[in-house]
Design a protein around this ligand. Structure first.
Ligand code: FAD
Length: 462
């Protein structure tokens, strides 16, 4: 038996960041991880491998779509799927090994195996029971299931199977038009698959600013993705390696069937808490299956905390990381804090979509007086030069005070552009503050400035 200040269960972005920060602050820290590699869902089967495949297939798309326009003529590359998979695996392994290095550097102990919590203050891994003043549940999430759909990770897959298919399918049906479904749908559409996305709601990317979601759907449709909205999937049956998906349109109950090589179930994720023994401990849960925590990530059991996908809030790696860092600071006697009003969300398709703060729909529902500054990438010289002028920046500011309330971007580099708005929001900046800040020319970021100008006397290049 060993004894620690903190034992963290799960080495995803929440757990590993919490561990490193707690160690930096002088605590004796161990992390229990059952996977063979560190980094959790994000590094192993989430953010990182999906971005590797998005990058590779975006590059392929560029060669087909835009190279000739720039005078780059010649044999166009063909896809060697095995090598693309190997590239993706290399990217993953480089990143997971990086966390192992950081653990060593910061003297964080990795307890290998699956953990349970037999009693408050104790963590069991294999036959060993360890003690800790504080225990952190950072066990993340797993793909949610859908009635009538059995996942075999070959023909009917979750995102994990979709990242490692044996071959590029000729046809793919994606159930769920959320971020993961659209990113993986884009990957396979660029590789030549016929991709059909079936979504229960009447719009894609639920919760996103409606104007942006609409533009996003139009752009993806131009790229070849087919959308069937307002459709409730009834079931998927597999015969001879082909999947038949049946759905009913919600408006008139019309039934339809589509046969595809692969079906990706991307209907959301749920906390992964099995085997921890939380019931026996009497840990309070939320109705949707997350661990209930207070504003300091504490559960109802003394010394037991939870962060990341295992608790409420957006299921995002950076949200988990911020909670990990804040909790480490709280455990070290400092004042850790997460500002949930300024958590960006990004979809890494081409173009990227990025959002932070409130949507126009939310402001309307609140009855808040607001103004909109919009600027199209058609007016941005850099975006036009690289054939990425589709999309716009939409900045929302308080009508009376001009304080920035939200920003929604669809266009090149949106996932990076959003951060100047995040910083501005953290500082309580006005749209005019952004508008008066000099932005280098020619950059995509000028579009953010122009949207801020549009909140005032008007954009220049509109
Ligand atoms: P996780 O990363 O899920 O890590 C939890 C770890 O705990 C796992 O390694 C698990 O093995 C371990 N564990 C669980 N139970 C036990 C136990 N009992 N004992 C020991 N170990 C245990 N988010 C973004 O912000 N950007 C993206 O681009 C993005 N892309 C994504 C793409 C895909 C395909 C998927 C599936 C997710 C994506 N996400 C993305 C979401 C992101 O991966 C999660 O929000 C994030 O990983 C949550 O971090 P976490 O630390 O809470 O848990």
């Amino acid at each position: 038996m060993a004894s620690f200040d903190v034992i963290i269960i799960g080495a995803g972005p929440g757990g590993y960041v919490c561990a490193i920060r707690a160690a930096q602050l002088g605590l004796k820290v161990a992390v229990v991880e059952g996977r063979d590699t560190l980094g959790g869902t994000c590094l192993n089967v989430g953010c990182i491998p999906s971005k590797a495949l998005l990058h590779a297939t975006h590059s392929l798309h560029e060669t087909h779509e835009n190279f000739a326009k720039m005078g780059l003529i010649g044999a166009s590359p063909k896809v060697d799927w095995a090598r693309m998979q190997a590239y993706k695996d290399d990217v993953v392994s480089g990143n997971t090994k990086g966390i192992e290095f950081l653990f060593k550097k910061n003297k964080v102990t990795w307890l290998k195996g699956w953990a349970s919590i037999p009693a408050a203050g104790q963590v069991k891994v294999g036959d060993e029971v360890h003690e800790a003043k504080s225990i952190v549940i950072a066990t993340g999430s797993e793909a949610a299931s859908l009635p009538g759909v059995t996942v075999d990770e070959k023909t009917v897959v979750t995102s994990t199977g979709a990242l490692a298919l044996g071959k590029v399918p000729k046809s793919l049906l994606v159930i769920g038009a959320g971020v993961i479904g659209l990113e993986m749908g884009s990957v396979y559409a660029r590789l030549g698959a016929e991709v059909t996305v079936v979504e229960y709601l009447d719009a894609i990317t639920p919760g996103m600013d409606a104007e942006v979601a609409k533009a996003f759907q139009r752009i993806l449709a131009k790229q070849g993705l087919k959308f069937i909205l307002g459709a409730a999937v009834q079931g998927v049956s597999v015969t001879k390696g082909k999947a038949k998906t049946t759905w009913k349109l919600r408006k008139d109950e019309t039934e339809a069937i589509l046969e595809t090589d692969v079906v990706l179930v991307a209907t959301g994720r749920k906390p992964h808490l099995a085997g921890l023994g939380l019931d026996a401990l009497g840990v309070e849960m939320l109705p949707r299956g997350q661990v209930k925590t207070d504003a300091h990530f504490a559960t109802n059991i003394k010394g037991l905390y939870a962060i990341g996908d295992a608790i409420t809030g957006p299921m995002l790696a950076h949200k988990a990381e911020d909670e990990g860092m804040a909790l480490a600071e709280i455990l070290a006697g400092k004042a850790g804090h997460v500002n949930y009003a300024v958590i960006p969300g990004v979809v890494y398709t081409t173009p990227e979509v990025a959002t932070v703060g409130q949507t126009e729909e939310q402001l309307k529902a609140e009855g808040r007086a607001y103004k909109v500054g919009k600027f199209s990438f058609m007016g941005n010289a850099r975006a036009k030069a690289v054939f990425q002028a589709e999309g716009f920046v939409k900045l929302l500011a308080d009508k009376a005070t001009d304080r920035i309330l939200g920003c929604h971007i669809i266009g090149p580099g949106a996932g990076d552009l959003i951060h100047e708005v995040c910083v501005a929001m953290e500082f309580g900046a006005s749209a005019q503050d952004l508008a008066l800040t000099c932005h280098a020319h020619p950059t995509y970021s000028e579009a953010v400035r122009e949207a801020a100008l549009a909140c005032g006397d008007g954009a220049i290049h509109a």
